[in-house]
Design a protein around this ligand. Structure first.
Ligand SMILES: Cc1cc2nc3c(=O)[nH]c(=O)nc-3n(C[C@H](O)[C@H](O)[C@H](O)COP(=O)(O)O)c2cc1C
Ligand code: SF4
Length: 542
């Protein structure tokens, strides 16, 4: 007996072997935090249950954090995005035919974003450093090479050490860790000094509020950092490097350790880098868990196994750094810019940006903002464009009150300063800093007196204790702001805060004490009403 619908003759299309459908889901910590692991596992289970040929590729993040978990499917060479797909929303996406790559039905899905490359947030960026992030499996060296990886290293191996330093200097690259010091000058200092043993140290302590670019890069494209550090090693004659990663970044630590092992096995690290006869190897070290351990000299102390206390300068680390040896210490993003600079040439990098701020900056939009994430762009966009147009204004829907740029030591800018271009000098001219590129947005519920007090408290808690203006000043500052908030002797206490800030700014040994006045003074200057009695927001909040 034949059952009619089973005996139906098969169409030619059905006789074709099914092509594997490729899905992409980020394994970045920010995606994992909102359920990416659960979503990926459920997709794998569904594919197995239906015997559909599906490959799930775990990538780094695209940096559009409000869309995570983001699920992408490749159809005819184009990647279509769906997000956010929280675990509870997955059934709908499966029903819409994600496993079958049924484009017509998928495009009608409410979370459909269309081709990922065309999403405005991504399309508006200039991704030089984050070019590969979110696209590939971060630990596939083949993918890395296929997408332009190792080109910078190859070029570096064809140059003299001085030639590499020169190229980096000509690019105009400035340190992305906060101080914006020219990277070429730093490398030249370490290159010029004699030394049997020199070191390369990567500062991956990333302690600034609202920042995550280092983490995203280490998780999403770890070979880029390895390549950048290797280039630095070749430039200054260092055979050994350390990556000091904050302990709160377990995913990045795992990714880096795995990538170092792959690179070593492939001969990119070790005694004979890329068969060049030159040696360079790397070790990943976990940070001690203090904000001040991000300060370069405290970091070196910590790396040597001691308590993270700031060293007096000079000597500069380039002359006498780790274990007393000449050391180049740079931020993750500074090293990660080097492969592009070498691979494409200094001019290609320097053509982006404005004034003395050359190249691109991976800006991190955070806090009370609708479209939080990483936005890499050439220097020069205004703060207003970044917050309003790119970030889409506040997540709460209330008006923006203040934006703190540059981490906990950065100034609070009101809307009146939104025309400030993202550029080291433009921010400095308005008593601000761009630091590591963190942009934290506050709406009108924020109490700026409280924020000023928090700045002092943060400094008091994180101070290494070596110098008096910071160790004592921060505590006195927090107490004095509290008195102002309570309406005690306002005028005298405001004058005291101004005096204290002056002493900390000019008398502190490092920028922790020296820059704490920036958030305090900017809050006082731009939001004086919040410091007057009665403090309305404070009372409403309490
Ligand atoms: C208190 C304090 C914390 C810092 N934290 C970091 C950090 O987490 N990451 C970083 O790259 N630089 C940090 N810096 C800046 C470093 O001291 C140093 O300038 C930087 O690592 C140099 O690298 P770059 O030239 O590539 O920016 C910090 C500085 C201070 C004063
Ligand atoms: S300013 Fe603060 S953190 Fe910096 S050296 Fe002085 S006490 Fe230490």
């Amino acid at each position: 007996m034949t059952i009619p619908f089973l005996s139906r003759s098969r169409t030619p299309a059905e006789d074709q072997p099914r092509r594997t459908v490729r899905l992409f889901i980020s394994k970045d910590a920010a995606a994992v935090a909102v359920g990416a692991e659960t979503v990926a596992a459920a997709i794998v289970r569904s594919a197995a249950a239906t015997a559909l040929p599906v490959e799930v590729v775990r990538t780094g993040s695209r940096g559009m954090l409000w869309l995570e978990p983001l699920v992408e499917v490749e159809i005819d060479g184009v990647r279509y995005g769906f997000g956010p797909i929280e675990p509870e929303a997955l059934a709908g996406l499966l029903d819409a035919g994600i496993l079958q790559a049924d484009l017509k039905r998928l495009l009608a899905h409410p979370a459909s974003l269309g081709p990922v490359d065309k999403i405005e947030y991504l399309a508006a960026q200039t991704r030089l450093t984050f070019a590969r992030c979110g696209i590939t499996d971060p630990l596939s060296l083949d993918n890395y090479r296929a997408l332009g990886g190792c080109k910078g290293l190859e070029k570096a191996l064809s140059l003299t050490p001085a030639g590499i330093v020169d190229e980096v200097a000509k690019s105009g690259l400035r340190g992305r860790g906060g101080a914006g010091f020219p990277t070429g000058i730093k490398w030249k200092s370490a290159h010029d000094v004699a030394g049997e043993q020199k070191y390369i140290v990567c500062n991956a302590d990333e302690g600034d509020s609202g920042t995550f670019a280092d983490r995203m890069l280490m998780e999403g494209d770890p070979f880029l950092l390895i390549e950048g550090m290797t280039i630095a090693g070749l430039a200054v004659g260092a055979s050994k490097g350390f990556i000091y990663v904050r302990s709160e970044y377990p995913h990045a630590i795992l990714a880096l350790k795995a990538a170092v092992a792959v690179a070593r096995k492939a001969g990119l690290l070790g005694a004979n880098v890329a068969a060049s006869g030159r040696a360079f190897d790397l070790e990943v070290r976990v940070g001690a868990g203090a904000y001040v351990c991000g300060e370069e000299t405290a970091l070196l102390e910590s790396l040597e196994g001691k308590r993270g206390i700031v060293r007096a300068k000079p000597p500069l680390p380039a002359h006498k750094g780790l274990f007393g040896k000449p050391t180049v210490i740079n931020n993750v993003l500074s090293f990660a810019a080097a492969p592009f600079i070498l691979g494409e040439g200094a001019k290609a990098y320097a053509d982006y940006g404005l004034g003395r701020s050359r190249g691109t900056m991976p800006i991190q939009l955070a806090g009370n903002i609708k479209r939080g994430g990483l936005f890499e762009t050439a220097f020069g966009m205004t703060l207003g464009e970044l917050v309003d147009d790119i970030g889409g204004d506040t997540a709460s829907g209330r008006p923006v009150k203040a934006v703190q740029v540059g981490g906990p030591l950065g100034a609070y800018f009101p809307r009146a300063l939104f025309d400030t271009p993202f550029d080291y000098e433009a921010f400095a001219a308005r008593d601000g800093l761009i630091g590591h590129g963190g942009v934290v947005v506050f709406d009108d519920a924020a109490d700026m007196a409280r924020q000023a007090k928090f700045a002092f408290e943060f400094c008091a808690i994180e101070s290494c204790g070596k110098c008096t203006p910071c160790r004592i000043g921060a505590t006195r500052g927090a107490e004095t702001i509290e008195k102002i908030m309570a309406g005690e002797n306002d005028e005298a206490n405001l004058a005291l805060v101004a005096d204290l800030c002056n002493t900390m700014k000019f008398g502190s040994l490092c920028a922790l004490g020296g820059f704490t006045p920036y958030p305090v003074v900017s809050a006082l200057t731009h939001f004086p009403d919040d410091f007057r009695r009665p403090a309305p927001r404070l009372q409403a909040a309490e």
